[in-house]
Design a protein around this ligand. Structure first.
Ligand code: UGA
Length: 430
C-alpha cells in the first residue's frame, strides 16, 4: 500500500518505519523542513540507536521510506495516518488544536483526490475527538463523506520511547477503532502479517483504550511510590515488596519501580486530559487527581531530603545526574529533572548537571544558574550533594560516589554497596 504519515515526531516516525519494514511505501509529511531533511538523511530527529540503523536502511537506495514538506504527497497514497503532536505549548495538556489544523489541511488536499481515501488517527486524542472534530472537519474541507468515499479509523500507538525494533514489529496489541466495517478492514489490511492480537472497536472506545492505559500505568507508579514512602519510614525495602507483589499475574512486576515519579510527554498529558474530560462529564476522578498529586510530591521529597541532609541548600553545589525523563532517550519534556532543577535554583543552590544525551535539550530550555559538566564524574566532583534523577547505566557504578552525599531517585545504585561507599546514601522511597 502507499501510506502517508502526517507528523514526524516519535509516533509518526516509528509508525512510518513499522509500515516501511512491512514493505509498504511510506511518505512522512511534516511542515518542519529540518526534520524532513534529517529523516531523508536517515537520522531520526530524536535519539534512538536501534531505530536509527533501521531508518537509514529504509531511506537509502531501494528503501520504502522518504519524507517531504508537501501535503500534496498524500494524493498519491491510499491512506493517511495522523501522528501530530497533541501536547499544548506547556507540554502538559492534550490539546486538540493540531488535530483540527491537520484535519483541515488533509481535507483541503483530499478535495483534489477522486475516489476513496482512509484517514487513521494515531495521535492520542480524548474520547469523542474523532467523531466530533476530525470527521466534520475532514468532510467540510474534502467534500467527501465518512463511510462512503472517506474511511475513518483510530489506531492508537502503545510503544514506549526507546522501544526496540522487536517491540515495533511485534506490538502487544493492535487496536482498530472503526467508523464503519470497510474502514476497519482497510486499516487491518495495512497491518497484514502481524502476529499481534487485533481488537476492533468503535472510534471513541479506541481513543479511551489509549488514555485509560496510560492513566493506569501512571496509577501503578504513584501507587508504588506511596507504598515506597511508607516502606522508607518502616525500614522495609519497597523494591523487595514490588518483587513479591509482581509474582501475582493479576499485578505484574512492571511499572512498580518506586522513586521520583513519572515524566515524559505522554503519561502526564493523558492523565491531565482524562482528568479534565471526567470533570467536563460531571464524573470527577478521585483516583487520577491523587495520582498527579503523589507524582508531584515525589520531587518535593527529594528536595526536602537534600535540604535536611545539607542543612539548607543556599549556596550549596548540587549535582543533578540525568535530565532525560527516562534512560535511552534525549527527551526532557515534563522530565522530573526540570522540576528538581527549578526547585534547587529557587532554594539558592548552584546546580551542575550531566546527562549523556539530553544536555543540548536543556540548553534550549533553561540555563541560567546551571553549569554543564562533561561527565558524571566531573559533576560529582564539583558538588556537595548528588541527586540521581535518571537511571542511565553509566551512573550505576557505586565507586563514582565515594565519600559523597547521594540521594537516589531511581534506585540506580545498590543501596547496600552505596551505603558502604558514600558519606550518606538514601533513596526517595528507601
Ligand atoms: C508511555 C507508555 O508507557 C506507552 O505505552 C505509550 O505508548 C506512550 O507513553 C505514549 O503515549 O506514546 P513513554 O512516555 O515512552 O511511554 O514512557 P514510559 O516508559 O511509560 O515511562 C514514563 C515515566 O514513568 C518515565 O519517567 C519513567 O521513568 C517512569 N517510570 C516508569 C517510573 O517512575 N516507574 C516505573 O516503574 C516505570
Amino acid at each position: 500500500m502507499d501510506i502517508s504519515i502526517i507528523g514526524s515526531g516519535f509516533v509518526g516516525l516509528i509508525t512510518a518505519l513499522g509500515f516501511a519494514l512491512k514493505g509498504h511505501h511510506v511518505v512522512c509529511i511534516d511542515i518542519d523542513r529540518s526534520k524532513v531533511d534529517m529523516i531523508n538523511r536517515g537520522c531520526p530527529p530524536f535519539f534512538q540507536q536501534e531505530l536509527e540503523d533501521a531508518l537509514s536502511g529504509q531511506v537509502n537506495g531501494g528503501g520504502n521510506l522518504r519524507a517531504s514538506t508537501n501535503y500534496d504527497e498524500l494524493l498519491h497514497s491510499d491512506m493517511t495516518f495522523v501522528c501530530v503532536n497533541t501536547s499544548s505549548d506547556s507540554g502538559v495538556n492534550a490539546d486538540s488544536h493540531p488535530i483540527e489544523t491537520s484535519s483541515r489541511t488533509i481535507g483541503e488536499t483530499l478535495r483534489r483526490k477522486p475516489g476513496y481515501h482512509l484517514v487513521a488517527i494515531k495521535s492520542s486524542v480524548t474520547p469523542g475527538t474523532t467523531e466530533h472534530l476530525v470527521i466534520p472537519t475532514l468532510q467540510k474541507y474534502s467534500g467527501k463523506r465518512a463511510g462512503e468515499d472517506l474511511g475513518i479509523a483510530v489506531t492508537p500507538e502503545f510503544l514506549q520511547e526507546g522501544c526496540s525494533l522487536h517491540g515495533l514489529l511485534n506490538p502487544d496489541r493492535i487496536i482498530i477503532g472503526q467508523h464503519d466495517m470497510a474502514s476497519g478492514d482497510f486499516v487491518q489490511h495495512a497491518y497484514n502479517g502481524s502476529q499481534s492480537p487485533i481488537l476492533r472497536t468503535d472510534l471513541k472506545t479506541a481513543e479511551m483504550i489509549k488514555f485509560a492505559s496510560n492513566a493506569f500505568l501512571a496509577t501503578k507508579i504513584s501507587f508504588i511510590n506511596e507504598i515506597g514512602n511508607l516502606c522508607k519510614k518502616l525500614g522495609i525495602d519497597t523494591y523487595e515488596v514490588a518483587h513479591g507483589m509482581g509474582y501475582d499475574p493479576r499485578i505484574g512486576r512492571l511499572f512498580l519501580n518506586a522513586g521520583i515519579g513519572f515524566g515524559g510527554s505522554c503519561l502526564p498529558r493523558d492523565l491531565d486530559a482524562l482528568i479534565r474530560k471526567s470533570e467536563e462529564m460531571g464524573e470527577p476522578s478521585t483516583v487520577l487527581n491523587a495520582v498527579c498529586q503523589t507524582n508531584k510530591a515525589q520531587v518535593e521529597r527529594m528536595i526536602q531530603a537534600s535540604k535536611r541532609i545539607m542543612g539548607g541548600l543556599n549556596g550549596k553545589a548540587i549535582a543533578v545526574l540525568g535530565l532525560a525523563f527516562k534512560p535511552d532517550t534525549d527527551d526532557i519534556r515534563n522530565a522530573p529533572s526540570l522540576q528538581v532543577i527549578r526547585q534547587l535554583l529557587a532554594h539558592g543552590a548552584r546546580v551542575v548537571v550531566y546527562d549523556p544525551k539530553a544536555m543540548p535539550k536543556l540548553h534550549e530550555e533553561v540555563h541560567e544558574g546551571i553549569s554543564f559538566a562533561d561527565s558524571a564524574a566531573q559533576a560529582i566532583q564539583q558538588s556537595d550533594c548528588v541527586l540521581i534523577v535518571t537511571e542511565w547505566p553509566e551512573f550505576k557504578d557505586e565507586d563514582l560516589y565515594s565519600g559523597k552525599i547521594v540521594i537516589d531517585g531511581r534506585r540506580a545504585l545498590n543501596p547496600e554497596k552505596a551505603r558502604g561507599v558514600c558519606s550518606h546514601y538514601e533513596g526517595v522511597c528507601w
